[in-house]
Ligand binder design. Structure first.
Ligand code: HEM
Ligand SMILES: *[C@@H]1O[C@H](CO)[C@@H](O)[C@H](O)[C@H]1NC(C)=O
Ligand SMILES: *[C@@H]1O[C@H](CO)[C@@H](O)[C@H](O)[C@H]1NC(C)=O
Ligand SMILES: *[C@@H]1O[C@H](CO)[C@@H](O)[C@H](O)[C@H]1NC(C)=O
Length: 256
């Protein structure tokens, strides 16, 4: 028993970052790349606005969206998601229009990232990495909530597969909604389409065709650091709204 603990200690302290045979999942063979010039990751400062969306926050941290997270319009979202992530410009019109209804900027054509924490608009109960608004903070990353999702995704689970499949992501999503329903007396998520949509966009955006899923390293970095996983091998794709809709069908078809 003692030996096991020592071995695991060694593994987690030295092997995880670099070893191609990490027991926490195959490290993908894709060459490590760095962020495109001018889009290096910079942590958010105290006056920067951030949202309940790990992707929008990552986009601001890399300067694809304004680093301060403020006064963002539709054209900025469209060009940022096209340049950084390869999404066609129609992909996020609808969600951005919803975001603009929450604007506190004084200009109804722009929003601040923090405006998106408004409860029961886009923001909803049963998030993968945020607590429910009932418990006080629906905006910031919550390590405890995320730990359960990460476990369900198989992140840091020794000897598990290196990728998150549609089935894994769909079951983890549904399980988190069930958890929230049990503990939140104000739970309100009759329509789960937003939650399903977010999981589907995430799978579409970070899917690695050759690996057959989303590399767990990408998910870990996106949620925990709000960083686009360039160093882990992420390369932008070429996606349309139709691709997201196809993924929504796949996620919805999983028996959860
Ligand atoms: C490639 C594009 C995008 C990806 C991969 C993405 C990914 C995600 C993921 C995985 C979540 C769930 C977080 C959680 O449950 O803890 C989420 C939530 C959210 N996203 Fe995004 N997102 C994208 C684009 C957008 C855009 C364009 C908007 C709005 C303009 C947006 C607004 C939100 C909001 C408000 C939430 C919070 C919902 C909640 O969990 O309560 N996202 N997104
Ligand atoms: C409001 O924002 C839009 C979109 O960025 C911009 O075109 C417009 O000039 C802004 N209006 C004012 C009064 O600043
Ligand atoms: C529950 O959420 C929906 C939006 O999904 C909203 O229209 C409704 O007002 C909310 N109900 C309560 C009691 O807040
Ligand atoms: C993306 O795919 C479409 C066809 O689906 C193609 O017309 C377009 O040139 C591709 N764009 C890039 C940047 O590869």
């Amino acid at each position: 028993m003692r030996d096991h603990i020592v071995v695991l200690g060694l593994i987690s302290s030295s092997f995880v970052a670099a070893s191609p045979i990490s027991p926490f999942g195959r490290h993908l063979s894709a060459a490590s790349t760095s962020a495109p010039a001018g889009h290096e990751w910079r942590i958010a400062g105290p006056s920067d606005s951030r949202s309940p969306c790990p992707m929008l926050n990552s986009m601001s941290n890399h300067g694809w969206l304004p680093h301060n997270g403020k006064n963002i319009d539709l054209a900025t979202i469209q060009s940022a998601f096209q340049s950084a992530m390869g999404f066609s410009t129609e992909s996020f019109i609808s969600i951005t229009e919803q975001a603009l209804t929450l604007s506190t900027t004084g200009n109804s054509s722009t929003f601040h990232l923090s405006d998106l924490a408004h409860h029961n608009a886009i923001e909803h109960d049963g998030s993968l990495s945020r607590n429910d608004q009932f418990f006080g903070d629906d905006l910031h990353f919550n390590p405890k909530i995320w730990a359960t999702t990460a476990q369900r995704y198989g992140i840091r689970v020794p000897f598990s597969t290196p990728v998150i499949t549609v089935e894994t992501a769909s079951k983890a999503r549904a399980a988190r909604v069930r958890d929230a329903k049990l503990v939140n007396p104000a739970f309100n998520l009759t329509d789960q389409s937003g939650s399903i949509g977010e999981t589907s966009i995430f799978l579409t955006a970070f899917w690695d065709q050759s690996a057959g899923g989303v590399p767990k390293d990408y998910a870990r970095v996106l949620f925990e650091q709000e960083r686009i996983p360039y160093a882990e091998g992420f390369v932008k794709g070429n996606h349309t709204l139709a691709d997201i809709v196809t993924m929504i069908s796949a996620v919805s078809a999983v028996k959860v």
